[in-house]
Design a protein around this ligand. Structure first.
Ligand SMILES: [Zn+2]
Length: 187
């Protein structure tokens, strides 16, 4: 990031779509025996619903990520708990996409007349566009995850919005296209 001109100390905001271990790891780094914020001058935005869920829930992946990558951010006073439809500025806002976790959000980007959405773990693989009932191992609320995927595709299929699938193999970006009774992903 530094080589590209985005040194960690210059990052102003960190967004977490949800608080699973594979989405919070770079929140912190282990320096000596301490887990410290990777981005010391940033505000870290965590969904308030997601935060409550993670604090109440046992870590079913048993990764210790809450202690290593979430709580140190609160201890450092860098966390902001926000609503699932939080607007950061005119270009970036959150949209609620619950189901994978109860407080899961996706990130809507609007810039220079173009739009994109980072879908987080709402979809793990494009095959879930053809079969939205296919569950991911991390999906907490199965029915809601499926309903959210269907609603999202109804809202965005055949439109101009570029979809950035967080776990999709490269190239990750594409469009949701109607396909018979369902949908498919076209890169
Ligand atoms: Zn996840």
């Amino acid at each position: 990031m530094t080589a590209l001109g985005f040194a960690p100390e210059n990052i102003g905001r960190v967004l977490c779509t949800h608080l699973h271990f594979d989405h919070v790891g770079w929140n912190t780094q282990k320096i000596g025996n301490e887990w410290l914020p990777t981005f010391p001058n940033a505000r870290y935005l965590f969904g308030a619903t997601e935060w409550k869920f993670r604090m109440d829930e046992e870590d079913h992946f048993d990764t210790g990520c809450r202690e290593q990558a979430v709580l140190p951010i609160l201890d450092a006073g860098l966390a902001d708990l926000v609503e699932s439809n939080h607007v950061i500025n005119e270009e970036i806002s959150l949209i609620p996409t619950p189901g994978h976790t109860p407080g899961h959000v996706s990130i809507h980007i609007s810039s220079k007349g173009e739009r994109a959405i980072i879908t987080g773990d709402m979809f793990h693989h494009p095959c879930q566009m053809a079969k939205p009932g296919l569950l991911d191992i991390g999906d907490v609320e199965h029915d809601r995850a499926e309903q959210t995927r269907i609603k999202f595709m109804q809202d965005y299929a055949d439109g101009p919005v570029l979809i950035l699938g967080t776990h999709f193999a490269t190239p990750t970006a594409g469009k949701i296209i109607s396909d018979g009774d369902g949908y498919k992903f076209e890169r």
